[in-house]
Design a protein around this ligand. Structure first.
Ligand code: GAR
Length: 232
């Protein structure tokens, strides 16, 4: 039996796609993406799910009480027997009852090195604008367990990406997103495997040389590392 995973996404869903593409390269993984949920009816992520034959669901959040959203979310998740949740560009706060039900079984990816440059309103291009305005030389994605606040739960993985002279927010966002696509599927795999085996998930360490030698994906990661995590 494989662990049913849900992905929540509000927008393009390129991280969802990276998870699906990575899953397709794995040999009998003990997990699968079973359900995609979006708060936006026209999210591209829902179309990606449909194209891959994955059940998808529009779950409206705007204008509803948190309790109401929580009850519907928990109902959908339990009827699909979901054991793990990956937020992939999902821009709504997860209601407290859902956080409680999925404590250490729900992660989010954020496009900066938390705890810096996170919190309410910090998403998408705003994050990269703030990084550039601060003069930071390093940025990069963070994966963290989800708790009751935006971008605050325990950190599971981070990969540094250099900020270059002359970067604008779009160039920086694109470089970080390429590394997100390498990092997030591997973290989802790592955590889902632990949960599928009934173990408590541990933080993800960046892949070692043995892994890197094994596959094309590994070779891509190796290139990214040797380029100084530049995401090229
Ligand atoms: C990603 O860069 C993700 O890190 C970010 O939204 C983008 C979604 O892209 N998330 C946040 O800013 C959350 N605070 P995608 O829809 O193409 O995966």
């Amino acid at each position: 039996m494989s662990l049913p995973v849900a992905v929540f996404a509000s927008g393009s869903g390129s991280n969802l796609q990276a998870i699906l593409d990575h899953h397709a390269t794995l040999d009998a993984p003990p997990w699968r993406v079973q359900l995609v949920i979006s708060d936006q009816e026209d999210a591209r992520a829902l179309r990606r799910a449909h194209r891959s034959g994955i059940r998808s669901r529009f779950l409206p959040v705007a204008g509803r009480s948190s309790g109401d959203v929580a009850a519907e979310t928990l109902d959908i998740l339990s009827s699909a027997d979901i054991g793990f949740i990956a937020l992939a560009g999902y821009l709504r706060l997860i209601p407290a009852d859902v956080v409680e039900a999925f404590r250490e079984r729900m992660v989010n990816i954020h496009p900066a090195l938390l705890p810096a440059f996170g919190g309410k309103g910090m998403y998408g291009m705003r994050v990269h604008e703030a990084v550039l305005a601060s003069g930071a030389r390093l940025t990069g994605p963070t994966v963290h367990f989800v708790d009751e606040e935006y971008d605050r739960g325990p950190i599971v993985a981070q990969w540094p990406v250099s900020v270059r002279a002359g970067d604008d927010p779009h160039a920086l966002a694109a470089r970080v997103l390429r590394v997100e696509h390498l990092l997030y599927p591997r973290v989802v795999d790592h955590l889902s495997r632990a949960l599928a085996r009934g173990r408590r998930p541990t933080p993800f360490s960046p892949p070692g040389t043995a892994f890197l030698a094994k596959s094309q994906a590994g070779a891509d990661v190796a290139r990214s590392i040797s380029a100084g995590f530049t995401g090229d």
